[in-house]
Write a protein that binds this ligand. Structure first.
Ligand SMILES: [Fe+2]
Length: 136
């Protein structure tokens, strides 16, 4: 149980960190998701090469609803622990914690009129923290 709590704590901290790293000054550009060992993305798979397809949360947008799916198996020993959706300023729009018997799917409602960057996160108990950055 302690490991599970640590995963959740780490997930929340990293979600907040992503949002902070995403704050840029006007005109400034950098790859804010290149944080080897902390955050894994489609582009930066680090030590988990070829794991992006089963760990990056897939995003579908329907009006103000954002659906996340991680195409990952779920078993007692290896599963997706949590999804979060975080906006560009670090507000956690929503989070869903999974148990091994669950499907790693979640749906969140965007604040009315929200436009801009969003971060979908997926935390695997073996393959760490994955982020999909997108815009609405
Ligand atoms: Fe995994």
């Amino acid at each position: 149980m302690k490991n599970r709590r640590n995963f959740l704590k780490t997930s929340a901290l990293l979600a907040a960190g992503v949002a902070v790293a995403g704050k840029l000054k006007a005109g400034e550009k950098h790859d804010d998701l290149n944080l080897p060992g902390l955050i894994y993305t489609e582009k930066h798979q680090g030590k988990w090469q070829n794991k992006a397809g089963s760990h990056v949360p897939q995003v579908k947008i329907n009006g103000n609803k954002v659906s996340l799916v991680t195409n990952h198996g779920m078993s007692e020993k290896h599963y997706i622990v949590r999804h979060t959706l975080v906006d560009a300023t670090g507000n956690v729009i929503g989070a869903k914690t999974f148990y091994p018997v669950d499907e790693p799917k979640s749906e969140f409602e965007l604040p009315a009129g929200y436009k801009g960057k969003l971060y979908a996160t997926s935390f695997c108990n073996k393959h760490d923290f994955w982020v999909n950055e997108f815009e609405v």
